[in-house]
Design a protein around this ligand. Structure first.
Ligand SMILES: Nc1ncnc2c1ncn2[C@@H]1O[C@H](COP(=O)(O)OP(=O)(O)O)[C@@H](O)[C@H]1O
Ligand SMILES: O=C(O)C1=C[C@@H](OP(=O)(O)O)[C@@H](O)[C@H](O)C1
Ligand SMILES: [Mg+2]
Length: 171
């Protein structure tokens, strides 16, 4: 199997970026995040892209960024929370070691707060998060080889659970 050592999916704020960095450290490999790739390539924040061009345009950039990263990167890869909405992306993930980091709604609201960094949660985050999860939960489950709940766990504990779930040894 080629491609990343593992891929993290899950909703906004679940800790994909935080845990992804820790996993890369523990595994002695590189970390890559498709949101960061898009920001670097575009020279704009995710929020700016949403405001300037809308979600559809962001999804097109995201789709390309995920495909490129899956080809180029052999370490830990974190995707944006909505990447699994795209059917072609889900097909590409079918051959990968994908971990779904999950959490409940109260934890989600605590972690994402009310900031503007995540435009999809800018108004009424609790309701929006519930609706997003209704639409996405089955997609995360579909692509995942393992599900790791993060509620009440520190990023370090989540990292260990991911390593255990995939039976990966630390470097
Ligand atoms: N296991 C955890 N417990 C508590 N807070 C966490 C945990 N994982 C991440 N966080 C915090 O939640 C916020 C979102 O984390 P982030 O890694 O950016 O999530 P994602 O990339 O999935 O959107 C950050 O403030 C981070 O410090
Ligand atoms: O769930 C989503 O649709 C999104 C998640 C974000 O990434 P994180 O999951 O890393 O916050 C980012 O890609 C964008 O704001 C849209
Ligand atoms: Mg992230």
């Amino acid at each position: 199997m080629t491609g990343p050592l593992l891929v993290l999916v899950g909703p906004m704020g679940v800790g994909k970026s935080t845990v992804g960095h820790l996993l890369a450290e523990h595994l002695g490999t590189g970390y890559r995040d498709t949101d960061d790739d898009i920001v670097t390539a575009e020279g704009r924040t995710i929020a700016e892209i949403f405001v300037d061009e809308g979600e559809e345009a962001f999804r097109a950039l995201e789709k390309r960024a995920v495909r490129t990263a899956l080809t180029e990167h052999d370490g830990v890869l974190a995707l944006g929370g909505g990447a699994v909405l795209d059917a072609d992306t889900r097909a590409l993930l079918a051959g990968q070691r994908v971990v779904y980091l999950s959490m409940d709604v109260e934890e989600a609201v605590r972690r994402t707060g009310l900031g503007v960094a995540r435009p999809l949660l800018a108004v009424n985050p609790r309701k929006q998060w519930r609706e997003l999860m209704e639409a996405r939960r089955h997609l995360y489950e579909e692509v995942a080889a393992a599900v790791v709940p993060t509620d009440g766990r520190t990023p370090e504990e989540v990292t260990q659970e991911v390593l255990n779930a995939l039976e990966l040894k630390e470097a």
